[in-house]
Design a protein around this ligand. Structure first.
Ligand code: FAD
Length: 467
């Protein structure tokens, strides 16, 4: 166990000298806002919230925090789903939200350089306006920051074809808890010089260093996109179609799965109809490419596979208005389920893609045994399913006793299918006591040693990842 000190008035004065008085907040409104992210049930107030604008300011704060043994919790947009930005030991919340500039779009190297607080959707819009493409697209893209995406190794629907954040980060500037500023990688497509610290920092959940500058690889923007909305009367038939499409060697950009309960919740939240809302499940499939004939041939082949597996229809969205309407519904699911049952519990398991039907079958069985509603949706095309248990009107004490049991059953199911306990939301504060289910003691010990090497006094984001 590590011991930490409280932030004193003297420390507040030094913080104000580093970042300016306006960037240090201790008012009740700030302390409440920064006490949580989007994770249900994780809450802890910081002593102070500090907004930084440069790597040097982060370095100066780390030197102070080391000296005074104050915990520092980095925070992007606070849209995380595992409590990663919640300061569970109090101390300083280090907000990166004012470091929000797109520094350069480099056409000669197909790279974009950004500060960590830029909202991911703003990167999409900026590069797409210039005919370029940054594929990772978490459903929260209009709210979350690229720094948070790097810390969580965020994915999104397009991971099926394009991979996740880790596949696009070529260079990082980061500040270590010692106060040293390092630059790893750069505008380099290849680089095997020593250990790959860029990849080590991706997905490290803000526990090893604070990222202050990011170089991302871009692609040419695909010229043609077609989206298919495919309703099914049979939940299992939709799941089977996912494996059939992959087995047919067609690689859509996305294959999203949405159960009926998630569609109905979205309709109630947005007050808009979704076609075939009486269907048991929908797939939302996007195909893209540069040649219209090739994309058309792929979508016809995919449509036939869907119909052969019992789809009721294949609705085609070619124009951006129809497409936006479909994706608006998909992106609203998490909010809609919260609206439906303010207390709910979300898991983020991932399995080999061919095991999706078995995973969904197993989850339905768990729901049946416990007599509760579990709604599944998510990135079925890459094996990552979001599993939402709704409390509805279950008594509080029964719900609280049930959640850990449920989590463990869902994790064990995913692990038994060759999967793991989180695909994109991270371990954070909420899954750390289950880490041992997924990783053997040798691996956990290696990870502890890496943490110790970066942060010997554990001042950076304590209370995360490790049991
Ligand atoms: C409605 C909804 C939909 C979502 N959909 C997806 C999805 O499709 N795919 C997906 O992957 N996730 C999804 N998420 C989860 C979340 O949006 C992502 O984890 C996102 O990457 C969080 O970014 P953020 O800026 O909000 O990070 P925060 O919540 O602020 O922080 C997350 C973690 O990153 C660390 N951190 C933040 N900035 C830095 C930095 N500069 N340096 C070091 N550490 C840092 C924090 O300490 C914390 O541990 C969704 C969340 C919501 C609420």
């Amino acid at each position: 166990m590590y011991e930490y000190n409280k932030v004193t008035p003297g420390i507040l004065t030094v913080l104000a000298e580093i970042v300016g008085e306006n960037n240090v907040r201790t008012d009740a409104e700030a302390l409440e806002k920064y006490a949580h992210d989007e994770t249900v049930g994780v809450w802890a107030q910081p002593d102070v919230v500090v907004y930084v604008r440069s790597a040097q300011q982060v370095a100066d704060i780390f030197r102070l925090a080391q000296r005074e043994r104050i915990p520092v919790t980095p925070r992007g947009a606070g849209y995380g789903l595992s409590g990663g930005a919640v300061p569970v030991y109090g101390g300083i919340v280090l907000s990166l939200e004012k470091m929000n500039r797109i520094l350069e779009i480099d056409h000669r190297n197909l790279m974009v350089t950004v500060e960590p607080g830029v909202i991911t959707g703003d990167i999409h819009r900026a590069v797409e306006a210039e005919g370029l493409f940054y594929p990772p697209d978490p459903a929260s893209l209009d709210s979350c920051s690229i720094g948070g995406n790097i810390a969580e190794g965020a994915g999104g629907p397009r991971a099926v074809k394009y991979g996740t954040t880790k596949d696009y980060v070529c260079g990082l500037e980061a500040v270590l808890p010692s106060g040293d500023i390092i630059t790893c990688g750069g505008k380099l497509v290849k680089n095997v010089t020593g250990y790959n610290l860029v990849q080590l920092l991706i997905g490290s959940e803000g526990t090893l260093a604070v990222v202050t500058k990011i170089v991302l690889r871009l692609l040419p923007l695909p010229k043609v996109r077609v989206d298919l909305l495919v309703p099914y009367d049979d939940f299992q038939a939709a799941a089977d179609t996912v494996s059939a499409i992959i087995a047919a060697r067609i690689l859509p950009a996305t294959i999203e799965f949405m159960e009926q309960d998630s569609i109905l919740a979205v309709e109630r939240l947005l007050q808009k109809k979704v076609p075939y809302d009486d269907a048991a499940a929908h797939l939302l499939i996007q195909l893209d490419g540069n040649r219209p004939e090739a994309v058309d041939a792929d979508y016809e082949a995919v449509g036939e596979i869907c119909l052969a597996h019992g789809a009721r229809d294949v609705l085609v969205a070619r124009d951006s208005r129809t497409r936006d309407r479909l994706w608006e519904a998909r992106r609203a699911i998490i909010d809609a389920l919260k609206h439906e049952s303010p207390v709910n519990h979300m898991e983020d398991v991932v399995v080999p893609r061919a095991e999706i039907p078995a995973l969904l079958r197993g989850i339905k069985e768990i729901a049946r045994q416990h007599g509760l509603r579990i709604v599944c949706f998510g990135h079925a095309g890459d094996g990552n399913v979001h599993v939402n248990a709704l409390k509805d009107d279950m008594p509080d004490d029964r719900w609280q006793a049930l959640v850990p049991v449920l989590s463990e059953e869902i994790y064990r199911l995913a692990l038994s299918l060759g999967g793991t306990i989180t695909g994109e939301h991270g371990i954070g504060a909420t899954r750390r006591r289950y880490l041992h289910l997924a990783l053997d003691p040798v691996q956990i010990e290696m990870m502890r040693r890496i943490k110790d090497a970066f942060d010997p006094h554990h001042i950076l984001n304590p209370g995360k990842i490790f049991p």
